[in-house]
Design a binder for this molecule. Structure first.
Ligand SMILES: Nc1ncnc2c1ncn2[C@@H]1O[C@H](COP(=O)(O)OP(=O)(O)OP(=O)(O)O)[C@@H](O)[C@H]1O
Ligand SMILES: [Mg+2]
Length: 465
């Protein structure tokens, strides 16, 4: 949905070209049409219509009939009572940037809901789990749907943070086993000497410390799905035991010779290149083929940046409950995010949203509010400074942290305050230079100074803010 357009219907009054200029300025794509019959873009690419003051009421009703689910914005001061219900929101004249951005965000949210409704119509139960409408995700949804109900072993591959566990849960939820348990095991996080009893359980007295009998994860997963996460990190000795269990479909608890039949679907995942691991001798080839009956490759986020708005909406709804706040992005901020390489994939996106929610609760986030590595121009600015000063400009910040814990939100606000004051101090109170120093826009710094009630230090200032 990135790049959805505002359609401006020209009423010949001259307002249209002014509005187009404003949309261009804030980075919102728009297109002018002289009548609605000539609109040539598909409806899913339209964010909203703008009907101008001299646009006839008849036109407004026609558009509403033709494009019922797309918001109509108007600059009419006083639309008639009969038309009021068809109008989504008003743009007040003269235009005020904040008001315009709020209206655009309402339209974006509306559009996201429209897409989600469409997705739930086509994607059923998978919708809330596998968010996205890019072709790679549509294909993935089909694959997951196809394989969910067979009991074949599935190997989910992909970079870190791409949603491998999300897919494993999807497979479980869409299978006949969905009433049974879903049991995840992080094979890389359990010490190798404990892994066998963790997976297969043990009898009382099987080893020092085994004070009572205990079920293993395979037993806990009976009738359901076991998710062997980070299988590429499983020690070789354990790989042999797992292979035997997968071949014979039965196992024994440690310290017991009673065989237990498994009725468990196995889904494994790893961010490692298992073929390479097989070649290196750190992963058994026979186990690889046993697990890799059906491989699913997760796409990296940079391969599907078109899904960013939907993902942001989904993640921020999840975080909203905890932080009682939401974040919204301007088109320029979304554009900057879509240029980022996302090495940490969706997990990195989750972390960024959480950070912004703490720093700017309920804020409308512009590109300049993003941390420097997410701003398209940051690298260039940093390189320039490095060239000038011949040194690294970003020293790591260090803190003396109290043992009893910290209030992260307050601490981040304090840090921001301190950095702004410092920037003003060393730049003689000249806001434009302080903003450059902080690699943010001057207007953003002015807003922050207002928010925190920061006054410029008393100096003879050559420049007004
Ligand atoms: N399609 C998606 N829609 C919404 N959120 C998602 C999606 N995929 C992943 N996430 C979120 O991204 C985060 C990482 O997902 P997950 O743990 O499944 O990734 P992973 O590939 O298993 O990562 P790792 O290799 O680091 O274990 C989770 O918070 C998850 O909820
Ligand atoms: Mg994982």
């Amino acid at each position: 949905m990135l790049g959805q357009k505002i359609v401006l219907l020209d009423d010949g009054s001259g307002y249209c070209s002014q509005l187009k200029l404003i949309f261009d300025f804030i980075g919102q794509p728009s297109q002018v049409y002289s009548n609605y019959q000539s609109i040539s873009i598909p409806s899913e690419d339209i964010l909203a219509f703008v009907v101008l003051p001299d646009g006839s009421h008849h036109l407004l009703a026609e558009i509403h009939n033709l494009y019922a689910s797309i918001p109509i914005l108007t600059t009419m001061d006083d639309p008639s009572q009969a038309l009021a219900p068809q109008i989504f929101d008003a743009i007040h004249w003269p235009i005020e940037q904040q008001q315009l951005l709020k209206v655009l965000h309402r339209c974006q949210n509306h559009s996201l809901r429209r897409h989600q409704a469409h997705l739930s119509a086509i994607g059923g139960e998978m919708d809330g789990l596998l968010v996205g409408k890019s072709q790679v995700i549509e294909d993935l949804r089909q694959i997951v749907q196809r394989v969910a109900n067979s009991d074949v072993n599935v190997l989910v591959l992909g970079e870190s943070g791409t949603g491998k566990e999300v897919v494993a849960r999807c497979l479980h939820q869409l299978s006949d086993r969905c009433q049974g348990p879903f049991v995840p095991v992080n094979c890389g996080a359990i010490p190798s000497e404990l892994l066998e009893s963790e997976l297969f359980g043990h009898e009382k007295g099987a080893f020092t410390g085994a004070v009572a009998a205990r079920k293993g994860r395979f037993e806990m997963a009976m009738g359901g799905t076991i998710f062997l996460d980070e299988i590429g990190d499983m020690p070789l000795a354990m790989q042999v035991k797992l292979l035997r269990v997968l071949q014979e479909r039965c196992f024994e608890r440690v310290g017991s010779n009673k065989s237990i039949q498994i009725d468990v679907r196995v889904v494994a995942a790893t961010h490692r290149n298992l073929e390479q691991a097989v070649a290196d001798g750190s992963f058994r080839e026979d186990l690889y083929y046993r697990l890799n009956v059906f491989p699913i490759e997760m796409p990296a986020l940079r391969q599907r940046v078109g899904d960013l708005p939907l993902l942001i909406n989904d993640i921020s709804l999840r975080l909203q409950e905890h932080y009682q706040a939401r974040v919204q992005f301007t088109s320029k901020a979304l554009e900057a995010l879509s240029q980022h390489a996302w090495p940490g994939n969706i997990r990195e996106l989750c972390n960024l949203l959480e950070r912004l929610m703490v720093l700017l609760p309920d804020g409308i986030i512009d590109a300049s509010d993003l941390p420097s590595k997410y701003r398209g121009d940051a690298t260039l600015a940093e390189v320039k400074l490095e060239e000038i000063e011949g040194t690294h400009v970003q020293e790591p910040l260090t803190f003396d942290l109290p043992n009893q814990g910290v209030n992260l939100k307050e601490m981040l606000v304090d840090t921001e305050l301190a950095l702004i004051k410092h920037a003003l101090q060393i730049n003689d109170g000249v806001v434009a230079r302080a903003a450059d120093y902080l690699t943010m826009r001057r207007t953003t710094l002015v807003e922050k100074m207002r928010k925190y009630n920061i006054k410029r230090p008393h100096t003879e200032m050559a420049e007004a803010i």
